[in-house]
Design a protein around this ligand. Sequence first.
Ligand code: FAD
Length: 825
Amino acid sequence: SSRVVIIGAGIVGANVADELTSRGWTDITVVDQGPLELAGGSTSHAPGLVFQSNASKALTLFARYTVEKLQSLGKDGESCFNQVGGLEVATTPERLQELKRKHGFATSWGVDTRLISAEECSNVYPLLNKELVLGGLHIPSDGLALAARAVQLLIERTSKAGVRYIGSTPVTGINQADGRVTGVTTPNGIIPADIVISCAGFWGVEVGAMAGVPIPLLPMAHQYVKTTAVPAQAGRNALPNGANLPILRYQDQDIYYREHGDRFGIGYYGHRPIPVDAASLGPTPRHVTEDNMPSRLKFTPKDFEPAWKLSQELLPALQKSTVAEGFNGILSFTPDGGPLVGQSSTLDGFFVAEAVWVTHSAGVARALAEILTTGKSQVDLTGCDLSRFDPVQLTPAYVKETSQQDFVQVYDILHPFQPRDSPRDLRVGPFHERQRELGAFFLETGGWERAEWYETNKGLLSHLPAKWRPVERDAWSARYYSPIAAAEAWKTRTAAALYDLTPQRRIEVTGPGAAKLLLRLTTGDVSRPPGTVTYALLLDGSGGIRSDLVIARLGKDSFQVSANGAMDFAHLSREARIQTTKSPARSVQVRDTTGSTCCLGLWGPRARNVVMAVSTDDFTGASLPYMHAMKATIAGIPVTAMSVSYVGEPGWEIHTTAEYGRRLWDVLWRAGQSHGLIAAGRAAFYALRLESGIRLWGVDMTTEHDPYEAGLDFALRESGSFYFGREALRGRSAKTAARRLQCLTVDDGRSMVLGKEPVFASGKSVGYITSAAFGYTVGKPIAFAYLAASVAEGDSVEIEYFGRRIRATVMRDSAYKPHSDRPLV
Ligand code: FAD
């Protein structure tokens, strides 16, 4: 097998070694700068609370696996997991509601949880102040990881399997040649390697710098204290570190609790953010002790004062104790709260597994080992992939600002659409000023400002026909929403609308090997002549959908690809590099043109009238049929027009370079006034695409789904050459799929859901919602859900939303029939 060096023998490094050896890999060396018996990283002092429930499916599945693994990892009859259960309490009505939502996620992701009353909370956790608690969420399978012990047992087990461990040895350099790692440098010499995996925890930035790979994490201090003995706890736990009570979260005040024998451990996230520069910590001592390790900084008691007061209120028994000891421990935060997992997009063979909690450690390690041994993780890694960030998001300034926000918000109730407060206006396109003038309400994604709706369209609401009028929403689904979206949807279906598509990723693929690359990697037939546009999927080795693309062939060797994100760019770039090196005659260049270009979607039954007023080119179907592209001129501006639609109405994507953007907007705007043209935002777009049956990658399909399950098998080319993932699909069909993405409409016509809610049929959980919106054209809330194949069209199901069951009916693929009868992009 490949020669592997793992940097770091914390809970992540040790688990990665273990997951690799259990898959038959043998040539593995683990190097740690600290001594192996206690290496001095975050794992060395982690109190080990494992709360599994999380809005992220991936993180929940990682936590579930960590629990299973730690339960099975043991010695002398004792495992590395104390399954005391977990209790999250609500002391505000908002949190009580949030717990209902969490119960929904947990159900969707297969973790058994119970919503319990205040009374039941007291039964589960008798020390709680009954006056404060309104209710709770009980997770019986949560508990305490014995992280440091687990590391020792994993080192023991993997050493037996042949893994070499080298302690007290810092890695000081990553060796590379021709874009590949070749080994690591240590004070004792070079260790050759084909694969280097950095599991360096909060030192990740420093190790990344050795490899020339920016790592977007910020080490931050987080306070943890132990109390003196609590008299009410006397005799409850035999062992000094023992625990019987569930682990407890008091998220309204950013605090969590566990027992240490008759003492309590209290962790606090409510203090000011305290960023740490890992490089300033100095070398790890040869003998690490509880009080002398780089990951433990001096306690700052003032920061803890509010937590102590609040803790004594929640758990009055603590009033008979004091804070005995405390420290500011260091752990990693990232711009979006997700871990960093996977291969560098620029240095082959350099992998990371960082910003990982003990809670997710075994799951992340399994995912990485799966990538290395099979090419694919069974859990979708979209929110965890190291290459999910754009260059601007990798700058230290961005990482510092956003990761501190992540720390502040770690226990907050966050709405799924909630944008970050700063940095804002980081990435804006040429239409931005015009959008502002129209009163755009912006949300932020990946640094881009995206108009959700335009306040100047408010007046349209009074003209809305009765059947288009939006229903009242509950407070949660009404956030970041305006009924104006209904008016914008109406105008798109009945007149014409301009949509800013600039933030959508555009990638140029050119060179004599361009067609070959796209034929090899995607399911689409891009060998058709220039002027054609193809909807295609990028599959992984087992047929899972790693992305979907719209590929316009603009010339023999020139393609424009609409893609989903930085990960697509990283993937295409890497494959292009490999192909070019292997066969220079088939060289191919991949360039991200998103920032230097712009794009408007002009759609609606009157879209053609608008464009004909400012162009002499032929935009009729005869010259530019559906799924075709042409070069054209609009009021003297050179553009590429593509007849594709995401909203189910005819029209085009109109692309041009950034400097023409403002003029393009202005001429179309002026020409459109007599045809009822409006500017429309993402809220209308999202709803119209959903009711037209169009799937959104990352939400409606991921690597966990194949094209048959996602209802995208129309995008598979039937004949012709090999494409990646094709073999894996052999023998599968829409009929053999055990689950399918189905469209649901909500029976009462008014109850909204937002996504990730569990779906029940005959009382049994049968799937979960992916995306949802109000279907303005059909006058009902609609949603996509993966449902067991046994659930058929016309069946009645129930969606759980904040603990309430909402009846819905299973439809076919889409609620609205788009203008083209083919499901489109
Ligand atoms: P580490 O344990 O830090 O391991 C990284 C290793 O890499 C270190 O041993 C280090 O010596 C080594 N290394 C770094 N650079 C080099 C180099 N150049 N050469 C060689 N070796 C190198 N998580 C939970 O899930 N539940 C909790 O209750 C919890 N509580 C916490 C409480 C506190 C106070 C803190 C600070 C963290 C807590 N965490 C908790 C987070 C958790 O501790 C960490 O996320 C986790 O331990 C990280 O594991 P790791 O293996 O990635 O990192």
